[in-house]
Design a protein around this ligand. Structure first.
Ligand code: TRP
Length: 454
């Protein structure tokens, strides 16, 4: 059963295509919008170190595990898990792992699309010169007015969801693969350009670097460690079946280990560059790093409004943020779409229509939680905060935990060994040790700490 060599839904045309698509999935709002603001909220350098440890010790091994599951199953995560549980003669309940992933994908995309909508709206603002000569207070009030308008929130969210589904409907090669080819490299160049701008703010530049890289562990709480781990899962796009799905389209002869390391490295570099570009602007303008989800929308426009060439750089930046979000969004919904095709025997168009509509409806609720429904709070969070917390900090780590346990303890050793085909036996042993012990134990300990047992 697991000898299937290609997926019925298509296949990446080359190793490079897979790396681009998976990097496209990894690099997104998580790196540029979320990473800087949660670093800000969690005190800086110490958090960055914990984050990096999570990427190396948990993220890369789980990325390899998730990709190999996908390539072995060659179906949507739900059916892949069913096929592999049968193959391993394991408890059939394991296929609920696929289900949890699909649900997590819907939930994440519902708010992801709203924030990506902000990027689109800000492209328009940049184009019409709304940031010219504005001081930090002016930029903040542009943001506040924008967030307060339910119509604008729903409008931009709708446009983003439509764009996402327009790519997904085209399928693996002409949709997912093509869209990833250009955007990630250009985004990278732009970020370097913004870092260059940040460097001109000399003292603030060093203050920014200091904030990002000099650790003060007294600022680290148990919850910060959970947030760092959740962010590692979120940013690498792990724990919900997205990379499992991308693995299903991966040709047999491509090395899963090498590609995983390349993808994780690219993702981390982009997140750090975003931090290096943003914090000097935060400090230079007397803003607070702990400002929350609005951080990049309140800082970068100050730079665009006041630097030479800021008009064009501003437009380019938000356009590329939009494209980076787009190449991530497609991976969040692809598992649900392929499952509908497999299980309901519908065509891709119908599958896209229904899954897209469901996500859109959830997203409308999230969009309204910033304004008309902002009074509705659970655990002191609005709906956006709640969905974000539950998915990133609970569902993704639990999904990752189960993936590690399944691959480490349930799947036959010879199967994972042949799928990874590592050149050195001790690489395999290191990886196996991580998915059997380090990754599950780390997730478990962090959870124990957060619920107060540890
Ligand atoms: N990694 C993306 C980002 O950083 C978001 C994303 C894409 C994602 N696919 C995922 C998050 C799967 C969790 C799971 O913006």
């Amino acid at each position: 059963m697991a000898d299937i060599t290609t997926s019925q839904h298509g296949q990446w045309s080359s190793r490079f295509a897979f790396i681009l698509a998976a990097t496209g999935s990894a690099v997104g709002l998580g790196n540029i919008w979320k990473f800087p603001y949660i670093v800000g909220q969690n005190g800086g350098g110490a958090f960055v170190i914990v984050y990096l440890l999570c990427v190396i010790g948990i993220g890369i091994p789980i990325m390899m595990a998730e990709t190999l599951l996908g390539r072995r199953g060659r179906h949507s995560p739900i059916n892949t898990m069913e096929i592999l549980t049968t193959e391993a003669k394991a408890d059939p309940n394991w296929h609920y792992l696929g289900w949890m992933g699909v649900v997590a994908g819907f939930l994440i995309l519902s708010y992801y699309s709203v924030i990506a909508g902000w990027a689109l709206a800000y492209t328009g603002k940049a184009f019409f010169g709304s940031f010219f000569g504005e001081n930090p207070a002016g930029i903040a009030s542009i943001y506040d007015n924008f967030i307060a308008s339910p119509w604008q929130q729903v409008f931009w969210h709708t446009i983003f969801m439509t764009a996402t589904m327009a790519i997904v409907v085209r399928g693996v090669e002409s949709g997912l693969e093509k869209s990833a080819r250009f955007f990630v490299p250009i985004l990278f160049v732009l970020l370097v350009l913004l870092v260059g701008y940040a460097m001109t703010k000399e003292t603030y530049y060093f203050q920014g670097l200091h904030f990002l890289f000099s650790p003060d562990f007294s600022k680290l709480s148990g919850d910060s460690v959970l947030v760092a781990m959740g962010q590692a899962f979120f940013s690498l796009g792990l724990g919900m079946g997205a990379i499992m799905m991308y693995g299903a389209y991966l040709p047999k002869d491509i090395s899963i280990a090498k590609t995983s390391i390349i993808i994780a490295a690219a993702d981390t570099v982009v997140a750090l560059l975003a931090g290096i570009a943003i914090f000097p602007i935060v400090f230079a303008n007397g803003l607070t790093p702990a400002d929350g989800p609005g951080l990049i929308f309140k800082t970068l426009p100050i730079a665009f409004g006041n630097m030479t060439g800021g008009w064009i750089v501003g437009i380019l930046f938000f356009v590329l943020l939009f494209f980076a979000a787009l190449t991530s969004a497609v991976s969040l919904i692809e598992p649900a779409v392929t499952w509908l095709i497999e299980a309901r025997k519908v065509d891709r168009y119908t599958a896209c229509l229904w899954s897209g509509l469901l996500t859109w409806a959830l997203g409308v609720a999230v969009a309204l939680s910033f304004n008309v429904w902002s009074g509705f709070k659970l655990f002191n969070q609005n709906l956006f905060g709640l969905v974000d917390y539950v998915t990133s900090n609970l569902m993704l780590p639990i999904g990752g935990f189960c993936i590690a346990v399944f691959v480490g303890w349930i799947m036959k050793q010879e199967d994972s060994e042949s799928e990874l085909a590592l050149s050195q036996p001790h690489f395999y042993k290191m990886w196996k040790f991580s998915v059997c012990y380090i990754a599950p134990a780390a997730v478990f300990l962090v959870f124990l700490h957060v619920v107060g047992v540890l």
